[in-house]
Design a protein around this ligand. Structure first.
Ligand code: ROI
Length: 161
């Protein structure tokens, strides 16, 4: 099995419930075990600002699924949570599930880029990632703690419920 890290984001509908629902659904994925999940974080939208704040989290998923099958499984979970892709790039969404890391693999295909290209600039990814895997090495980028130290928090709020 491979240790994968999944980024979760939502800012439409009931974002907190959708993020928690996505965590439950990931725990039920075949050939996979949800080993850790970060706190929930509130964060202002990166990119177009005319949309609601996001709820973000990161999950640690040990899986035997291939990267492509994992991707397809996550897209299915997004659809089940009512994500309708309007095609607007960086627009608001009911649920976003991104494969941030897949073991130490570097993947570049039409469907999948791993490590996720936005990791280094995204506080809403780096902080929850460091929360659950502080010793993580991100291929091509370095230790997650070092990346967090260089990444402005930019309004990220850890939700303590
Ligand atoms: C639109 C864009 C880039 N901005 C985001 N901004 C935040 N805060 N959280 C996200 O998950 C997120 N996802 C995105 O895809």
């Amino acid at each position: 099995p491979v240790m994968a890290y999944i980024g979760i984001g939502a800012n439409l509908g009931a974002p907190r419930a959708q993020v928690l629902g996505a965590l439950e659904a990931m725990a039920a994925l075949p050939e996979s075990r949800l080993l850790r999940q970060s706190s929930l974080y509130g964060s202002p939208p990166m990119g177009p600002a005319d949309q609601p704040d996001y709820i973000n989290a990161v999950a640690q998923l040990e899986t035997r699924l291939s990267p492509l099958v994992l991707l397809q499984s996550l897209l299915e979970l997004e659809r089940r949570c009512g994500r309708v892709r309007q095609g607007e790039r960086w627009g608001p969404r009911t649920l976003d599930l991104d494969i941030l890391l897949y073991g130490t693999q570097v993947i570049q295909t039409a469907h999948l880029t791993v490590p996720h290209p936005g990791i280094q600039q995204r506080a809403f990814v780096l902080y929850p990632l460091a929360e659950i895997a502080p010793d993580l090495w991100i291929p091509g980028l370095g230790g997650v703690e070092d990346l967090v130290a260089q990444c402005p928090r930019s309004g990220l709020q850890r939700l303590l419920e």
